[in-house]
Design a protein around this ligand. Structure first.
Ligand code: 5GP
Ligand code: ZN
Length: 113
């Protein structure tokens, strides 16, 4: 099993955990692009947004609810934040285990593309 995020989920690779439950794990990004940069992943290995189905995508609403909770805990709910999913080469995806970036703690770049 070569997936970096599966290895983080099963503890083979250490991470700074921010939140965990039966469905998802959130941890600090190893190369943060903002003062707050957290990666939120489902425990189920889904390679990218391309592999989402009505059956396996339910965790996504949970990701957004947990992201808002984390943002509040970290005191960036009022200042604002961004939740990002990169899909595929042109989308800038480097780890093929679907994940959502939670970014904040500074005024983020406006240009998304
Ligand atoms: P992507 O570019 O696929 O959207 O995002 C992958 C993210 O995972 C990158 O921001 C990268 O810094 C982060 N990342 C890659 N490997 C590791 C790791 O071993 N530990 C942690 N904490 N983050 C990682
Ligand atoms: Zn994986």
């Amino acid at each position: 099993m070569e997936c970096v995020f599966c290895k983080i989920i099963n503890g083979e690779i250490p991470s700074k955990k921010v939140y965990e439950d039966d469905r998802i794990l959130a941890f600090n990004d190893i190369s943060p692009m903002a003062p707050t940069h957290i990666v939120i992943v489902p425990k189920e290995h889904i390679a990218s947004a391309n592999e989402l189905t009505e059956e396996n995508a339910e965790f996504i609403s949970h990701v957004f609810v947990v992201a808002a909770k984390i943002a509040k805990d970290l005191g960036i709910d009022e200042s604002g934040y961004r939740i990002v999913n990169n899909c595929g080469a042109d989308g800038g995806q480097t780890v093929y285990h679907i994940h959502f970036h939670l970014l904040g703690g500074k005024k983020l770049a406006v240009n998304l593309a």
